[in-house]
Design a protein around this ligand. Sequence first.
Ligand SMILES: Cc1cc2nc3c(=O)[nH]c(=O)nc-3n(C[C@H](O)[C@H](O)[C@H](O)COP(=O)(O)OP(=O)(O)OC[C@H]3O[C@@H](n4cnc5c(N)ncnc54)[C@H](O)[C@@H]3O)c2cc1C
Length: 406
Amino acid sequence: MATKGKDLHSGHSVWQRRRAPPVPHEPLSSNIKTDVLVLGAGITGAAIADALASAGVEVAVVDKRGLARGSTMASTALVQYEIDTPLITLTRKIGKEKAVRAWRRSRLAVEALAARLQEIGFADVARRDSLYLAGNVLAPPALEREHEARRAAGLPSRFLNRKTLRERFGIDRAAAIVGYGNLVIDPRKSALALLKVAALNGAHLFSPTKIADVRPRKNGVTAIAANGQTIRCRQLIFATGYELPHGVPHRRHQITSTWAIATVRQQRRNLWPGECCIWEASDPYLYIRTTAEGRVICGGEDAEFSDAGNRKEWLVQKTATLQRKLHRLLPRLDPTIEFAWTGAFGETTTGLPIIGKVPRMPNCWIALGYGGNGTTYAALAADIIAGEITGHPDIDASLYHFPPHK
Ligand SMILES: Cc1cc2nc3c(=O)[nH]c(=O)nc-3n(C[C@H](O)[C@H](O)[C@H](O)COP(=O)(O)OP(=O)(O)OC[C@H]3O[C@@H](n4cnc5c(N)ncnc54)[C@H](O)[C@@H]3O)c2cc1C
């Protein structure tokens, strides 16, 4: 097997309630050749295929599940430049210069995704500010230092003490930081929109087709499908999410589990000002967003295990915990749940993704957009990998190369 198969999610995500918009694809039925093969048709593969196809590169995309049916369908899709690792913490881990670059680059990636979705006429995107609440990871004094570090890096930020937080948002917590200019999207629809445009620009989409083996050589790569058919390509990109390719170093990243709920539609007057994304500087943490139709999505409660059966068994209990915490934070909401789901989640020790050439696998690239910023990192991977393949190396690429930082 080319990748380590996993049960990526279970339960019913809120994005599954509607039929997926049609995007032409078919299973692989003959041997083919292409310039670039993208393995995986989630948000990462979609963003990369779109970037390559729009640059005129011959590209094929393969997925064993169908289009956008992996982790992308389970994502709660807060698209934030504020990465899981606070700037002051990342500074301690990798130094100030790199930490600031990584934070700024995430902001640019969010802007790049917003611009691209707008350019292709995809309207289902909303701009959102964010509210980062003090918790057991960053108490108010550390949160204030985080705010100062962001401002010094040129990232707009506002610090709210308990009083101003209560006055502006009706939330009773010790302090918060307001961040500006994030996005919320429907992850499945966004991935499908990007794949559709890639197809219009000449990309070939093959699914369901499982790749059983990948044979990298100095002069190109051969991917062998489970049905025996082959795809010969000049370069191959693993955009396989949490189903890691064999032969890829696993140090400093791990697969865990996470849970999410979506409530019934709320009366808009009961929602909080600006419907900003809310998240906590806590472990375990909670995060909250709204959908276009006025539901509230709430996720978190991450656990260190990765076993899918175990994850599913915890669904009822984790759902109840999320509901209770949501109600405690925002008591005006109707906390009735309509959707509850769980999925695999990946983390690196720095919170940064792994993007670049795979060691000891010639002509193979990888885009592992880990953690709560997987969508932001999908846009980043598209910039970096498509840039390098088309002869426009990215100025920040080295931040994300193997091996990941300590
Ligand atoms: C509950 C939950 C909430 C989340 N919330 C957020 C959030 O708010 N914001 C955010 O940015 N991220 C969030 N994430 C993370 C986000 O979902 C992922 O980072 C992102 O979807 C990964 O996209 P991907 O395209 O890399 O992977 P996937 O969507 O999993 O796509 C990879 C594809 O590769 C295919 N594949 C693998 N191996 C093979 C093979 N051998 N042959 C053929 N095909 C193969 C799979 O079928 C799969 O479709 C959340 C995740 C979960 C579970």
